[in-house]
Design a protein around this ligand. Structure first.
Ligand SMILES: [Zn+2]
Ligand SMILES: [Zn+2]
Length: 113
């Protein structure tokens, strides 16, 4: 497996989602609660093993920082901020019709243009 090159564009839509434009033109939109729940830090890893990561109702991104070629560090308004999301992982979470036809509407979904 080749390493995932960094996206050409990272947009944090406050209160909503992180949008990644990859070098190959693909677009991945990840809702903030989903990202927070999947935080890759050790504490959240343990929390998931114990039943789940608590996600604040009015969750937002307090800060986002590119970590070189590796990934994206996100700090949250709930005070959490230890997780660095690697580009591979972020891309693998894409649930667009191309990456995950089941989530994109199944066989009825129109072909992506
Ligand atoms: Zn965490
Ligand atoms: Zn996709």
């Amino acid at each position: 497996m080749r390493p995932q090159p960094p996206p050409s564009e990272v947009t944090v839509e406050r209160g909503r989602a992180v949008v990644l434009r990859w070098a190959d033109g693909h677009l991945t939109e990840l809702p903030l609660p989903a990202l927070r729940r999947r935080c890759p830090c050790v504490a959240c890893h343990d929390a998931r093993a114990g039943g789940g990561v608590p996600v604040a109702e009015r969750l937002d991104v307090a800060g986002a920082e590119l970590v070189g070629a590796y990934g994206l560090a996100l700090a949250w308004t709930d005070g959490h901020g230890d997780g660095v999301y690697s580009w591979e992982v972020l891309r693998s979470w894409c649930v667009c019709a191309t990456c995950d036809p089941a989530a994109g509407g199944g066989a009825e979904a129109p072909a992506p243009t």
